[in-house]
Design a protein around this ligand. Structure first.
Ligand code: FE
Ligand code: FE
Length: 313
């Protein structure tokens, strides 16, 4: 456990108990995907996976173009929205809305926006997605969003995932109300019910020192107290592992995995005080070596990153 993790926790407990309400939600900025693209391009320089990170930067740029010029307005109908908010259910439920075909316009638009100057395997993946019928695409999307990676070809994941992210982020940003209730588990997005991709420890103003989890699908962020496993809610014996710990103290590393011995899972966390320009999706993809190391230790990753298929090429 790092010293800063020990210091912040009592403050948060006090703030919550004292009714000094912490902002529960943090919405992504309108230029989120441009920001991700810029970070990926920067992280690609000198990185062993540089080519892959640059490819994904291009995908993020295409996502941003869709957010800037939506191919269709995509939102749950007003009656369903009010029912969800009334009953504390995620209004953009991935489980429900992936089975409806409205998001597929976003996949067509994303495939149109992606650059032509890509490798033959990427072109094959794009062609396969273009030519698949609605039922097949729906089945792939349901598998991907359900974490069933065996149900979707690995090469299709980044493009399908990117289209789903763009559609859901558009849905989130254009909702008339953001009065969401916490999900059934700490790791579940209050807006769409998907799993968190990573945590971000913020460093400015009223958010200073607070942990927000970032949704793997819609990019909504929600507050979860620190030093608590987001999967089993245990705080005992958590340890923090970083890629940098051979060269620098783990307390200085901008990306650290919070590893829980109780459920043998982990979640990566991005510390903005160590890297103010960092962003969760790009930071996650640039530290896949950390996942490999933890996998070798037998610790399980539960957090999805929709631009990456575990075990894929
Ligand atoms: Fe979400
Ligand atoms: Fe746990």
């Amino acid at each position: 456990m790092t010293s800063s993790d020990r210091i912040r926790e009592p403050e948060q407990i006090q703030a919550e108990a004292g009714g000094n309400a912490l902002p529960f939600l943090h919405l992504p900025p309108n230029d989120l995907f441009a920001l991700r693209a810029r970070r990926l391009e920067r992280l690609a320089d000198g990185h062993p996976l540089g080519e892959y990170l640059r490819l994904l930067a291009g995908v993020c740029r295409a996502q941003q173009r869709l957010i800037d010029q939506p191919p269709a307005h995509w939102a749950p109908d007003p009656q369903r929205l009010s029912q969800c908010i009334q009953h504390g259910l995620p209004p953009l439920s991935a489980e429900t809305l992936a089975r409806e075909d409205a998001w597929q316009v976003w996949l067509d638009a994303l495939l149109f926006e992606l650059p032509d100057s890509v490798s033959a395997p990427v072109q094959r993946a794009m062609t396969r997605l273009r030519e698949a019928d609605r039922g097949q695409r729906r089945a792939w999307a349901v598998s991907l969003l359900g974490g069933q990676y065996s149900g979707v070809p690995a090469a299709l994941v980044p493009f399908l995932g990117a289209a789903l992210q763009a559609a859901w982020s558009h849905g989130l940003l254009t909702l008339p109300s953001h009065d969401f209730k916490p999900g059934d588990s700490l790791s579940q997005c209050p807006a769409c019910g998907s799993s968190a991709m990573a945590g971000v420890i913020r460093h400015r103003g009223k958010y200073n020192g607070l942990r927000y989890l970032v949704c793997s699908l819609c990019a909504c962020e929600w507050h979860v107290v620190r030093v608590k496993c987001v999967y089993c809610e245990q705080s005992a014996a958590l340890r923090y592992v970083s890629l940098e710990d051979d060269r620098a103290a783990v307390t200085k590393a901008p990306v650290r995995a919070e590893v829980c011995p109780t459920c043998n899972g982990y979640l990566k966390q991005v510390y903005l005080e160590c890297e103010p320009d960092a962003e969760a999706l790009s930071a996650d993809l640039a530290t896949l070596m950390l996942d490999m190391r933890l996998d070798e230790e037998g610790v399980h990753r539960r957090a999805p990153n929709l631009l990456f298929a575990p075990g894929g090429d």
